[in-house]
Design a binder for this molecule. Structure first.
Ligand code: PEP
Ligand code: MN
Length: 363
């Protein structure tokens, strides 16, 4: 590429990085030159996509599955960029892959979930990035471990990469669930809180693993103030060589993006702020009361602890615990609290109560 062309592409990348929402789309895997070019052109035509993604090296669960076309696919991405003006992004997992991607002018690199999980691999990628100026996106590790995710960010930052972004793609678990990878939104929210100023986008494709709940998941991410979305698209999704069930056509993606309600973090309206402030005060007030009540509850638990201690009784009384839960589920249903929430809440209260009683028992 000529200097001026490179310069303009750098500006395009910077503009995309700073845009909210940043939309990245493209096939799970680059399969053939025709498929990459047709998908890229379809995406360019819908006008809302900022970057073209394609997997070149695919970390697959089992050997014998399609493991990516390899470096041979990189010129196809170059060609797609030339045709559409879209910057490109690929997943890298080794030093050699970083080198190859840079040779073929890939504009943004991303580290996949199966790599983030392995500090040796992340370090190898980070070492290959030393002295290079390129934005890097880091997916969450497959297991729900924020320290591992933060560690990967730190390794890449220490290699001198200035522009780092996060991708939330959900966490794997054993057994069938509604999702391919459980979103565990609270972990992404916590990561966002820990890294103010770092962009975080959501990848509903790998969270859902299927098309029918893609839209509601993307909307949820936008409601939670994510900075953008990475969604897999393919000209012929059903016949894709990887992740066929979750990919959508560029046209379908266009429809989705048009029907998402894009939310702002803030609005310049005094009336809105006054109303919000009033409601927030009510929330603060209720939270204070809840804490007071919980503290009272713990004091009663301590008294029970004294009785149990004096009578050599165990802390945990399974029957009583089951009765409490049953009661709470029934009550919760009536007043609009989900069983899931009741379970988590009572687990936490119960654990705290046990800890208070344990202190009494051991005193
Ligand atoms: C992908 O983006 O195609 C991919 C392999 O994703 P993940 O790393 O989230 O599994
Ligand atoms: Mn995929």
């Amino acid at each position: 590429m000529q200097v001026t062309e490179t310069q303009t592409m750098k500006e395009t990348v910077q503009a995309a990085w700073g845009k909210k929402p940043l939309i990245i789309s493209g096939p799970c895997s680059a399969e053939t030159e025709e498929q990459v070019l047709a998908t890229a052109q379809g995406l360019a035509a819908i006008g809302q996509v900022d970057m073209l993604r394609a997997g070149i090296w695919k970390p697959r669960t089992k050997p014998g599955m399609f493991e990516g076309i390899g470096a041979k696919g990189l010129p196809w991405l170059q060609q797609a960029k030339k045709l559409t003006g879209l910057p490109t992004t690929v997943e890298v997992a080794t030093g050699k892959q970083v080198e190859d991607a840079l040779t073929f002018d890939v504009d943004v690199l991303w580290i996949g979930a199966r790599t983030t999980v392995n500090p040796f691999s992340v370090q190898e990628v980070a070492d290959a990035l030393r002295g290079v100026e390129i934005p890097v996106l880091i997916k969450n590790p497959i297991n729900p471990d924020l320290e591992l995710w933060s560690g990967a960010v730190e390794r890449v930052a220490r290699a001198g990469i200035k522009q780092i972004g996060l991708i939330h793609r959900g966490f794997s678990s054993y057994g069938n669930t509604e999702y391919r990878n459980a979103p565990m939104w609270h972990l992404a929210i916590e990561m966002k809180r820990r890294n103010p100023g770092m962009i975080i986008i959501n990848d509903p494709s790998h969270i859902c693993g299927r098309r029918d709940i893609l839209m509601e998941t993307a909307q949820k991410a936008i409601n939670l103030d994510f900075d953008g979305l990475m969604i897999e698209s393919h000209i012929d999704p059903d016949n894709a060589w990887s992740d066929a069930k979750q990919q959508v056509t560029p046209e379908k993606l266009g429809e989705m993006l048009r029907s998402i309600i894009w939310r702002r973090e803030d609005v310049n309206s005094e009336e809105f702020h006054a109303a919000l402030e009033k409601l927030r005060q009510q929330i603060n007030h209720l939270d204070d009361e809840l804490m007071q009540i919980l503290s009272q509850r713990m004091k009663i638990a301590e008294k029970i602890g004294e009785y149990k201690k004096n009578n050599d009784i165990t802390i945990l009384q399974t029957n009583r615990w089951n009765a409490i839960l049953e009661r709470a589920f029934k009550q919760g249903e009536k007043i609009g609290l989900s069983k899931e929430f009741i379970t988590k809440y009572f687990d936490a209260v119960h654990m705290e109560s046990i800890n208070h009683q344990n202190k009494i028992m051991n005193s």
